[in-house]
Design a protein around this ligand. Sequence first.
Ligand SMILES: C[S@@+](CC[C@H](N)C(=O)[O-])C[C@H]1O[C@@H](n2cnc3c(N)ncnc32)[C@H](O)[C@@H]1O
Length: 298
Amino acid sequence: MKKKGAGGKRKPKASEAPPLFPDSPVQLAPGSISQPMAAPVWTEQKAQLIARYLRYFVFITKHGAYIDGFSAPKDPDNPNSWAAKLVLDSEPRWLRQFYLCDLPDRTLHLDALVDAQPDVPNRTIEVVPGDFNATVHRVLRSPAISGKTATFCLLDQFSTECHWQTVRSLAQHKGPGFHKIELFYFLAAGWLFRSLSGFKDSSIPEAWWGRSDWESLRGVGQDGLALRFSERFQSELGYRFVKAWPIYEREGAGGRIMFYMIHASDHPQAPVQMNRAYRNIVEPLETVEQLMFEYGQQ
Ligand SMILES: C[S@@+](CC[C@H](N)C(=O)[O-])C[C@H]1O[C@@H](n2cnc3c(N)ncnc32)[C@H](O)[C@@H]1O
């Protein structure tokens, strides 16, 4: 018996139908570039974004290590813009290990910050002086950064100080089967092209980009740059979730994108929680009780 419709003339699927505009170019949407946000995060809110994200992070992990490769304050007169301080002060104080790294002539700020911290049970804070491209190996030798330790690393460079090999060492530290060290990488999209033109010694951009073809970045534009980096975090370093978060100059000062923070993680909740932190940046902090309730800790 013939089923109704089975042998008749088949209706073409939508994908087989002739295109409306056959000559138009194929559009490929960029996979990892953030779309415009309802409320952009300003440059001076970057530290709050990091601290807020890590507050959500600990409600999921209940522990964790924080590595800050370039951690002394950019603006020592404005402690509210200092990521390391805001993360250390964030409640509940569930992050256990801190590695605060910077050049030796800037660690006095870090020493003072550590001295002013209250004693928190099970918490250790280490100030690590030196070039982070070298000291990263000392930090990673710490038994505290084991496969199971939820670890977040901030790479808040000025422009091209963080070598790609350093990023790779962090990404490759944990063995298979563990979530890689989560990265939050500063990409100076707003002034990078100016910086790149100023280099007489090509070893600096080459170490930063990790390859000799860094000149191919000229002319790709800000979004293109963020996309090139995001792709490398995904395909070369193997991160499952990568997103470039745009950080803006204040509207009165032009409102343009100043830089991107590239967030790379293997944890499916990481982009969700970063999205929450980004969107809530101007909202008052949730109480610990509210977060306990929301994240099911009660
Ligand atoms: C943009 S600032 C960091 C800002 C800081 N995260 C904050 O929240 O205010 C960059 C820092 O990197 C440090 N730095 C530059 N080159 C470095 C290197 N090779 N190794 C470690 N730190 C470095 C500088 O001394 C400076 O403190």
